[in-house]
Ligand binder design. Structure first.
Ligand code: NAD
Ligand code: GLY
Length: 364
């Protein structure tokens, strides 16, 4: 088992990564203030993994209330959140109840927001089961739901007490979902870890073949990068850089997700196409070479990801992007690359270059 720490003073927590962890109630027990647990999952993940987690928890004396939600990004909304509150209240869960999320980023974001708000906040544990959630969404405390007008527009920062990433769960993940998670893995190489980018270029086929050791290494490096960034800028308030750098490709990608309707493209797929737009814009600003752009495109393609954006039209992209949370006082602060492995936040990209980058990534 690999162990990392997210250093946030009194709210620091471990990230445990490895095989066979799901049923390890003993790893969860030290983080439960009382024996009551509400286990939030969905109709796809629960039949696969709920029993193992429940058995592990019951084995250490915990009482578990399962809460099973419908599956999908389209359900990351008020209705699902209310289902969680209803179940917590119906089971008389109190402030000592720990909410445990078992699933991908949708379940983690929903359950985390419920934990942040139920009775003004209860303890929370993440058991991420997709690659994307193991390398990104389970770490760092962003929780929330979508609004029809914008992705993740309602939410809270609420750090978990523990992240338990069982790499065995990735064996049942659909190939398309594995690729989607790879977009966020590649992101860490692009924004701040050039040696990791090179490692990914060498390891991509093994990763897609689900080699357990390669996956564990990729998850560890991803979480180590994310933990460092979050520890330095937990609430994304840094004027330059900081946590916002984790959003490479996301402002463009969120436009695709919102523009097409949630669930049409997977989040990671939208991030991949959005990353190509950010990379192309960085080239237009003279920061990246054509060779750099080809290198990124080639890796995303090898990971099974789209490099061409959804054909919404540049005007619609700009409109949707202007609603993004990264827009501060009307100026579009984008995450761009000064070089591969060196990201910046930048608010001065000329509008015509943004339009040209979008259009060139939607053609062909
Ligand atoms: P997801 O939660 O929708 O999971 C993808 C699919 O895989 C779902 O159908 C799910 O039921 C299924 N699944 C999950 N684990 C499985 C397993 N082990 N075997 C088989 N099927 C499994 O999607 P995701 O990619 O995990 O997460 C995307 C969400 O995460 C988006 O809503 C995005 O906004 C959010 N996100 C949040 C953060 C954050 O910091 N909070 C960061 C990145 C992304
Ligand atoms: N996924 C971006 C963040 O956690 O800040």
């Amino acid at each position: 088992m690999r162990r990392l720490n997210l250093a946030l003073g009194e709210r620091s927590y471990p990230i445990l990564i490895g095989g066979g962890l799901l049923s390890r109630g003993d790893l969860l027990l030290p983080f439960l203030p009382t024996s009551r647990v509400a286990l939030v999952s969905n109709t796809t993940v629960a039949p696969l993994y709920l029993e193992a987690v429940v058995k592990g928890l019951e084995g250490v004396g915990a009482g578990v209330t399962p809460i099973i939600l419908p599956d999908g990004e389209a359900h990351k909304n008020w209705e699902s959140l209310n289902l969680i509150y209803d179940a917590l209240l119906a089971s008389r869960c109190d402030r000592g109840t720990t909410i445990v999320a078992l699933g991908g980023g949708v379940i983690g974001d929903l359950a985390g927001f419920a934990a942040a708000t139920y009775q003004r906040g209860v303890p929370f544990i993440q058991i991420p089961a997709t690659l994307l959630s193991q390398v990104d969404s389970s770490v760092g405390g962003k929780t929330g739901i979508n609004h029809p007008r914008g992705k993740n527009m309602v939410g809270a920062f609420w750090q978990p007490k523990l992240v338990l990433a069982d790499t065995d769960t990735l064996q049942t993940l659909p190939a398309r979902e594995l690729s989607a998670g790879m977009a966020e893995v590649i992101k860490y190489g692009l924004i701040r870890d050039l040696p990791f980018l090179s490692w990914l270029e060498a390891a991509m086929e093994g990763l897609l073949a689900r080699d357990g050791e390669l996956l564990a290494h990729a998850i560890e490096r991803s979480c180590a990068n994310k933990a460092e960034v979050v520890a330095a800028d937990e609430y994304e308030t840094a004027k330059q850089g900081g946590r916002a750098l984790l959003n490479l490709g996301h402002t463009f990608g969120h436009a695709i997700e919102t523009g097409l309707g949630y669930g049409e493209w997977l989040h990671g797929e939208a991030v991949a196409a959005g990353t190509m737009m950010a990379v192309e814009l960085s080239r237009r600003l003279g920061w990246l070479s054509g060779v750099d752009v080809d290198r990124v495109r080639s890796l995303l393609l090898r990971a099974g990801l789209p490099v061409k954006g959804a054909d919404l039209g540049a005007a619609r992209y700009l409109e949707l992007m202007s609603h993004d949370k990264k827009v501060v006082a009307g100026s579009m602060r984008l995450v761009l690359l000064r070089a591969l492995g060196d990201a910046v936040t930048y608010a001065d990209a000329p509008r015509e270059d943004i339009v040209a980058a979008i259009e060139s990534c939607c053609r062909g």
